[in-house]
Design a binder for this molecule. Sequence first.
Ligand code: M6R
Length: 357
Amino acid sequence: EKGTYPHYMLKEIDEQPLAIRNIITKYKDENDNIKLDEDIREAMKDTDRIYIIACGTSYNAGLVGKQLIENIAEVPVEVHIASEFLYNMPLVSKNPLFIFISQSGETADSRGVLVNVKKKGFKSLTITNVPGSTLSREADYTLHTHAGPEIAVASTKAYTAQMAVLTLLAVDTAQAKGMKLDFNPIQELGIVATAMESMIDQKEMIEGVARNFLSVTRNAFFIGRGVDYYVCLEGALKLKEISYIQAEGFAGGELKHGTIALIEKGTPVIALATQKHVNGSIRSNVQEVVARGASPCIISLAGLEEEGDTIVLDEVHEHLTPLASVVPLQLLAYYAALHRECDVDKPRNLAKSVTVE
Ligand code: M6R
């Protein structure tokens, strides 16, 4: 039930810190260590390459998952859109592990790939919010995202929960491989939950930003580098699906290869600046678009902020910035849709789970 909330989407955005804390509780043992199923651990340890298969927001979580698994556990990962993989299967490695990410566990495109993968005898793991779902039943292993039912068509808490579980999977794999980690996931995810809360507490300010930047525009661009780029893809998807604003996420460095031609006076450009090693470059990308008349909205991380930034996130570990930085993007999309009088929870032409190909 949505209780006193005007929309499920707002309720589900608000539930994210709790969902993250819940995941920590579900996956830690009595000694405060992360412990996943032995079978999953073995499969992750044995594989020479992981293939993440998903659609929409779950695909965007997969992109961040690649970064997490490669950085923390040093296992190579490819991320594929299910509907593409189905008809254009790439060459796969000798000992692949397929990870399906799906909030509903019922997405037909992803299931199509799972059926093919099983025929070939490859191992599969489903990360889902619905444990009894088709993808969960048909894969060899399941990890539950424990986010609670997600009702709004626009996925929010499932996305952050997927990334939290992918973090734990990466850490568990690194431990299984005997790697030394200077990253405490329980502590760092706790810090993330608190950073999410402080962003959620600023929703009135974010509503004002949405009003200024997004209430009349026809289009909007999101730019970022590294994982910020992946979060930009998610921010753009959120905005387009519920507010019908044409929105695209771009890698900052690609602007000059074409996209910058779209910038006009007043074009909203939302820039993410949470990555220390590319902070200078994304800042110069912002200057390039501002010089062509764009209205910038800069979302940065405490410690990297500069005067004039619109929203500053509390500091979180560099591996985990997507979990915090997506929150203002979700809120921007929510308020933009509200100001434009769109049906926030049930956008036109969309279904919560896409069970046909
Ligand atoms: O249930 P799934 O995670 O498999 O669904 C995948 C996509 O259909 C879903 O993420 C969709 O893109 C959402 N409407 C995004 O908000």
